[in-house]
Write a protein that binds this ligand. Structure first.
Ligand code: TEU
Ligand code: CA
Length: 555
C-alpha cells in the first residue's frame, strides 16, 4: 500500500458550538478552539475536524449553510479562522472543515433566487418538479420525517429536501452548480485547509425518475435509503470532484458514507479512490430499524465484534477506514455500547483500546477522551435537535406515552453528544460564563478535564498512553500498517486480534463483559504494553481477565 501522510495520524472532531465559549454568549467559538489547541496537542491529536462553522440559520446546527465563504459571526470572523489555521500549523496540526454540499440552507442566495424564478437559472441549482395533482411528485420521506418535497408558495411546484425543508438539495446534475462547488472547495484549500470531512455525500446522486416506492411506514412514505438503492452513477461526480479539487492538494478527505455496496469499496477508498477514507459505521448500524428509534435493539458484545471484524477484513487490502466510537449524530459510545450499570472507567478504557489499536485512522469525538456520557434529559423541551424531535413524534405515534417516548429518544438523541464540553468543576463545567445554548450534563463535577489531567489512572491519561503507543517508533509501523487477524473467536464476549507488522506482533484482548474469564495462554513471556488494570494474571497455561480487562501485548 502506498504510504500517505494521513495514515499514521490521530484525528479529533470538534463540535464548535459546544467546545469552548470565550465571550459569554453561551456558544462555543473559534477563539475557544484556538485557546485549547495546546490541550489537543498534548493529548496527541494531529488532525482536527471542525463541524460546520459557515454562516447558517442553525436549523440543523450549521449543516444548513447560507454562505460557504464566510464564518458565522456566532463562531467568530475569518481573521479568527486564519489565526486558527496559522496556530495549528505552528504545532504541526492539520485542520479539516465539514463539506456540506448535498444541500444548502433555504436562506442561501441560490435558493432565494430559485424561489423567485423556479424556471430560471437558479431553479436549475435545485430539484424542482411539478406536483402530482395536489400531492408531491413522489412518496419519498426525508431523513428528518415527513415528505422530502416542499411546495413553493403560489405554485404547484415542489423542491426536494432529503433532510429538513430548510435544507434544499443541490442539483448535482447541473455542471454549473458542480463547478461552483469545486471553486469553493479550492478556495478553502488555498487558504491552507488540510482537507474535509464530507457530509452525507451518498445522497448527491438521485434516482431521477422521482417515482413512488412501496411505503414502509403508516405515513405512506418510503425511507430515503430506498431511493439510494436505485440511484446509479455517483462515481462520475465523485471522481470529477476529486480530480478538480482534493487531488491537486494531496488533501485528506473522509466521507460520511452509509449505504455503499461492498464491491464499490475499492472505488471509494482504494489507492485511486474518490476519498482518502470513510468512517466505519458498522457498529452504529447494529440494531437500527426502519420503523424508528423506538424499535432499535441494544448492541451485544458479540455483534459488536462480528461487525467490526468483518469490516476490518473487508478493507484490509483496500484502504483505510476511519474508526469512531461516537460523533455529533450519535449517543455517547460509552453509554450506548456498554450495558446499563457497567459504564465505568474500565469499560470506557476497553472501548478506547479497541478504537486506537484497530487498523484505521482514529477520530476521537470531543469529550470522549474524558469519558463523557449520555445526558438525562428531563423534558423534551431540553432537546434542541431536529432529528430527536421527529423521533419523539414517531414514538408517540407508535403508541408510547410521553414519558416513554422521552426515555426512548434520550437514549439515542444526537444532543447527548452535543451538550457542552466539561473543562472543570466551575459553573457550566467551565464551558461558558453565560447561559449555555444546550443543557450541561449534571455529572460534570465527576467527569472533566481538570480532575483527570494530572491523574495517571484517569480515562484522559489512558487515551494519552494509547496515542503515545501509536506514535512510538518501535510500534508505529505495526499499529498503522500491521495485518489484522482475529483470535479467540470461539469465546463469547471476547474481542481479540493480532496486528502483525514487519518485525513486531501485537495481541489485543478485550474482555467485553462484567465477569471474569479464563483463556488459554497462547504466548509465553509476552510484554504488556497497555493494561486497564494494575496487573495481568497469568497462571500455568491460562490468562485470567477481570471484568472489562483489556490488554495490548507485544508477543
Ligand atoms: O448526517 C447524515 C445522516 O445520514 C443523518 O441522517 C444521520 O443518519 C442522522 O444524524 C441520524 O439522526 C449528516 C450530519 O452528520 C448531520 O449532523 C446532519 O444533520 C445531516 O448530515 C444533514 O446535513
Ligand atoms: Ca461565544
Amino acid at each position: 500500500m502506498k504510504k500517505k501522510w494521513w495514515h499514521d495520524k490521530v484525528a479529533y472532531q470538534i463540535y464548535p458550538k459546544s467546545f469552548m465559549d470565550t465571550n459569554g454568549d453561551g456558544i462555543g467559538d473559534l477563539r475557544g478552539i484556538i485557546n485549547k489547541l495546546d490541550y489537543l496537542k498534548d493529548l496527541g491529536v494531529d488532525i482536527i475536524w471542525l463541524s460546520p462553522i459557515y454562516c447558517s440559520p442553525f436549523v440543523d446546527q450549521g449543516y444548513d449553510i447560507s454562505d460557504y465563504y464566510n464564518i458565522d459571526p456566532r463562531f467568530g470572523t475569518m481573521e479568527d479562522m486564519d489565526e486558527l489555521l496559522a496556530e495549528a500549523k505552528k504545532r504541526n496540526m492539520y485542520v479539516l472543515m465539514d463539506l456540506v454540499v448535498n444541500h444548502c440552507s433555504d436562506k442561501h442566495e441560490w435558493f432565494q433566487k430559485a424561489l423567485q424564478d423556479p424556471d430560471g437559472e437558479y431553479g436549475q441549482y435545485f430539484y424542482i418538479r411539478e406536483g402530482k395533482g395536489d400531492q408531491p411528485p413522489c412518496n419519498w420521506r426525508s431523513y428528518f420525517g415527513g415528505s422530502a418535497w416542499e411546495r413553493i408558495p403560489g405554485t404547484n411546484k415542489y423542491y426536494l429536501h432529503m433532510f429538513a425543508k430548510e435544507q434544499p438539495d443541490l442539483n448535482w446534475e447541473n455542471e454549473k452548480l458542480r463547478n461552483e462547488i469545486y471553486k469553493m472547495i479550492n478556495w478553502w484549500l488555498d487558504k491552507g485547509l488540510a482537507g474535509f470531512r464530507i457530509d452525507a455525500i451518498i445522497n448527491i446522486k438521485k434516482d431521477l425518475r422521482f417515482e413512488d416506492f412501496p411505503p414502509d411506514r403508516e405515513d405512506g412514505l418510503c425511507s430515503p435509503g430506498k431511493m439510494l438503492e436505485h440511484a446509479k452513477g455517483i462515481g462520475v461526480f465523485l471522481k470529477e470532484m476529486r480530480d478538480k479539487t482534493f487531488r491537486k492538494y494531496d488533501a485528506f478527505t473522509v466521507a460520511e458514507l452509509f449505504n455503499y455496496k461492498e464491491d464499490e469499496l475499492r472505488d471509494y477508498i482504494g489507492e485511486d479512490g474518490y476519498f482518502s477514507s470513510i468512517f466505519d459505521f458498522s457498529t452504529h448500524l447494529i440494531g437500527a430499524s426502519e420503523k424508528g428509534w423506538f424499535d432499535r435493539k441494544p448492541v451485544t458484545p458479540n455483534e459488536y465484534r462480528d461487525v467490526i471484524f468483518r469490516s476490518k477484513i473487508e478493507t484490509e487490502n483496500i484502504g483505510f477506514m476511519s474508526n469512531i466510537i461516537e460523533n455529533h449524530d450519535e449517543p455517547r459510545g460509552v453509554s450506548y455500547y456498554i450495558p446499563e450499570g457497567e459504564c465505568n472507567e474500565k469499560s470506557k478504557k476497553m472501548l478506547a483500546t479497541l478504537q486506537l489499536m484497530l487498523k484505521g485512522i482514529p477520530f476521537i469525538y470531543q469529550g470522549q477522551e474524558i469519558g463523557m456520557t449520555n445526558n438525562e434529559f428531563e423534558s423534551i423541551d431540553e432537546i434542541d435537535d431536529i432529528s430527536t424531535k421527529d423521533e419523539y413524534l414517531v414514538a408517540l405515534k407508535a403508541g408510547y406515552s410521553p414519558e416513554e417516548a422521552l426515555k426512548i429518544v434520550s437514549k439515542y438523541s444526537r444532543d447527548n453528544a452535543r451538550t457542552p464540553f466539561h473543562w472543570d468543576t466551575s459553573q457550566n463545567a467551565g464551558f461558558t460564563t453565560g447561559k449555555p445554548w444546550l443543557v450541561v450534563n449534571k455529572n460534570y463535577k465527576d467527569i472533566n478535564v481538570e480532575s483527570q489531567i494530572n491523574d495517571e489512572n484517569s480515562v484522559l491519561s489512558y487515551y494519552k498512553k494509547l496515542i503515545c503507543l501509536r506514535k512510538d517508533e518501535e510500534y508505529k509501523e505495526t499499529i498503522v500498517y500491521g495485518k489484522f487477524s482475529p483470535v479467540y473467536e470461539e469465546y463469547d464476549n471476547i474481542l481479540a486480534f493480532y496486528r502483525k507488522g514487519e518485525d513486531k506482533t501485537l495481541l489485543i484482548i478485550a474482555n467485553y463483559q462484567d465477569k471474569k474469564v479464563e483463556l488459554p495462554l497462547l504466548h509465553q513471556n509476552s510484554k504488556v504494553l497497555i493494561n486497564n488494570y494494575d496487573r495481568l494474571n497469568v497462571e500455568n497455561e491460562t490468562i485470567i481477565l477481570e471484568p472489562y480487562q483489556t490488554v495490548v501485548l507485544d508477543v
